[in-house]
Design a protein around this ligand. Structure first.
Ligand SMILES: Cc1cc2nc3c(=O)[nH]c(=O)nc-3n(C[C@H](O)[C@H](O)[C@H](O)COP(=O)(O)OP(=O)(O)OC[C@H]3O[C@@H](n4cnc5c(N)ncnc54)[C@H](O)[C@@H]3O)c2cc1C
Ligand code: SF4
Length: 623
């Protein structure tokens, strides 16, 4: 007999996990299906996770869903938020901390590999009490409808099972949305492409460099020449002992002027300010003398690798107060000084016995990429289909405007609204779209985030304008001069924003999000007002091939992507726009080699695109 459950949640990102936790807390039986072998291994964010307190209306925050959120493995509470207008070696910094704190309880930098795994533990424990749980390593292949309108979930790995309702939290490239016809695939105009690297930096080195204490964190945003002429920008967020450095650009701007995603993040890394952010002391091994006997070569290689590994690990521990304390308490070392002298002695051995050098460079730990839905342009008007409710990226939701980058908190808020709508439907045993779906749609409509995706918030705008008050208005140029003067004047701001909102985002966005605002104006600001920054070294940036080689995959010989239009202009652009160079051009047709795919979704629009089978594909460590 087919197994039956009350609810299936498809996708174990931050949105799906919040849905499962909320359903369990409300005493309902739900199973969450996640394609990755472990929850968290497929998720990518920048990212800052916000908790918000809007002046009008209510949102459901992460700490409302996870009562013990204070124990969660978040990275750093962001206490400083700076926007940089950059041009070559010139930098003009604008303090946007007030905009970051606008209607916020907090914002933490997070790494989803760790955080989603923790969310999963809490959600699974709660769900198991209600007869549900998390099944990872399983990919949902299709959904059909059986008796009494129940959804029949088919996977690549399990027997089909039936549920009364479904929450689709399967991300920006939601197969559920496309296969059910709930919405078409998103178009480039509705998306951003995000690409990110994780740089290693010992905890206290990071704190010293960014001028922050152990409980503080910094976020830096970048606009100007680092965009290579595209609409969007760069970011650098401090984590506990790493930095997240990324570039997020409008997909249609990339389609207009294709640029390799890796080149966009590299442009950021080469900016002198960012180079200085990521610089660290690095052990460089010497080439082994090939004239030595093979066995001796092997012995030296092994000894050097072991010493370098020990030096790296001990150095990280030395610069982390908690790890240093643990080492002393465990009795391994008597004092901090002893750890320091051990570090020195390993360094001396490496230099004197093996000719190793210690240089200033940059250490990259992970390369990742993912599409981001631009909620203003693609949130689903009716985020449901039959008895399926769509949440988070799957529903095209997220507040991304200027420096506001919020998808995580929006997805969590949606998830709670979806869980509550399903509980109401279970109580009435009514899963009809006009009852459950419509109710959920109304709840989403009432979310302050939906308002933020539709119209300009004049109070946020004021905070932003106050922060930029030192920028001479004439730099904004003729095109914007009038608008800028109007919104800068407190007397006319309300009127100007009211008029702008009447015009509607559709007409407004091309003006606000243009090459002028993201590229030309910041360049001019940097050139005229910026301070000169000099980098003390040139970072060694890995090639795409090296980045791919350092990633972890569970290889699948069967490709999850089928190219259907090998000669289309869109597909030809994928040769440049695929972040891991999976596409090449042969005789005017694109050819895919799927093995290096990191499932970003960039090529999804014109391919038969699926997530890989359960457990297969990319396995992110940081995310
Ligand atoms: C570079 C970058 C920077 C960002 N910065 C920020 C930021 O600073 N702040 C912020 O709030 N947001 C930020 N975002 C956005 C934010 O990360 C996303 O909105 C959020 O992670 C989406 O969560 P989700 O749960 O909706 O989807 P996802 O995290 O994509 O989760 C979907 C899950 O579903 C699984 N899945 C998919 N299909 C199936 C299937 N058929 N069967 C089983 N499982 C399936 C996937 O494996 C995945 O685990 C950023 C995004 C990027 C890429
Ligand atoms: S093949 Fe497609 S989904 Fe995979 S990394 Fe390249 S562009 Fe992204």
């Amino acid at each position: 007999m087919t197994e039956r459950y009350d609810v299936a949640v498809i996708g174990g990102g931050s949105a799906g996990l919040a849905a499962l936790k909320k359903l369990a807390d409300l005493g309902r039986q739900a199973v969450l299906i996640e394609a990755g072998r472990q929850v968290g291994t497929k998720n990518v964010s920048g990212g800052i996770l916000y908790s918000k307190k809007p002046r009008h209306g209510k949102v459901h925050n992460v700490e409302d869903v996870y009562g013990n959120f204070s124990e969660a493995p978040v990275e750093r509470k962001i206490t400083k938020y700076i926007l940089h207008a950059v041009s070559k070696d010139k930098d003009f910094a604008i303090d946007l901390t007030a905009a970051h704190e606008y209607q916020a309880n907090f914002g933490y930098s997070v790494l989803l590999g760790r955080l989603n795994a923790w969310f999963a533990k809490q959600a699974a424990e709660a769900a198991e009490k209600a007869g549900g749980g998390i099944v990872s390593g399983v990919h949902v292949r299709s959904i059909g409808w059986g008796d009494e309108g129940r959804a029949v979930i088919e996977t690549d790995e399990l027997e089909p099972f039936e549920v009364k309702a479904v929450i689709a939290a399967d991300g920006v490239n939601s197969e559920i949305a496309v296969m059910t016809g709930a919405r078409p695939k998103f178009s480039p105009a509705q998306l951003y492409q995000g690409v990110k690297v994780i740089a290693k930096l010992p905890e206290q080195v990071l704190e010293e460099r960014f001028g922050m204490g152990p409980d503080e964190g910094a976020a830096h945003l970048f606009a100007g020449d680092v965009t290579l002429g595209h609409i969007g920008g760069g970011f650098a967020y401090t984590n506990r002992d790493t930095l997240s450095i990324g570039a997020v650009y409008h997909f249609d701007s990339l389609m207009d002027k294709p640029a390799e995603p890796s080149a966009l993040v590299d442009a950021l890394l080469r900016n002198p300010l960012v180079s200085e952010f990521v610089r660290d002391e690095v052990a460089v091994k010497q080439e082994i003398d090939r004239n030595l006997p093979k066995e001796e070569q092997l012995r030296v290689r092994f000894a050097v690798s072991k010493l370098v590994k020990t030096w790296n690990e001990l150095r990280d521990a030395y610069y982390s107060p908690s790890a240093r304390k643990k080492l002393v308490e465990s009795g391994k070392y008597k004092s901090d000084d002893e750890i320091r002298s051990r570090l020195e002695s390993i360094k001396n051995d490496l230099q004197s016995k093996y000719g190793a050098k210690f240089e200033t460079d940059y250490v990259e730990l992970e390369y990742s990429a993912k599409l981001v839905p631009d909620g203003k342009r693609c949130m689903m008007k009716k985020p449901y289909h039959k008895n399926i409710l769509f949440v988070g990226d799957a529903a095209g939701r997220g507040v991304f405007i200027g420096p506001r980058i919020e998808g995580l908190n929006v997805g969590i808020d949606d998830a709670v609204r979806a869980a509550e709508s399903i509980v109401r439907a279970i109580d009435r045993n009514n899963f009809a779209p006009e009852y459950m779906g419509e109710y959920y749609s109304q709840q989403v409509e009432a979310s302050p985030y939906t308002r933020d995706m539709r119209e300009i918030d004049k109070d946020y705008l004021k905070t932003f304008l106050d922060a930029t008050k030192d920028v001479p208005k004439d730099i904004v140029g003729q095109r914007y001069g009038m608008i800028f003067r109007l919104i800068s004047s407190s007397a006319f701001r309300g009127l100007a924003v009211g008029l702008a909102n009447m015009l509607g985002y559709d007409k407004l966005l091309p003006l606000v999000e243009s090459e002028e605002t993201y590229v030309q104006v910041p360049i001019e600001i940097a050139e005229r007002l910026g301070k000169q920054v000099t980098a003390s070294y040139t970072p060694t940036i890995p090639s795409v091939a090296e980045r791919v080689a350092s990633l972890k995959y569970d290889d699948d010989r069967q490709s999850h992507i089928k190219v259907t239009k090998p000669e289309s202009e869109f597909m030809k652009k994928m040769v440049t726009l695929c972040p891991t160079k999976c596409y090449s051009l042969e005789d005017g047709k694109v050819v895919l080699q799927h093995e290096a795919c990191i499932e970003c979704g960039t090529c999804a629009k014109e391919t038969e695109w699926r997530h890989p089978r359960g457990e297969k594909g990319i396995v992110y460590q940081y995310g």
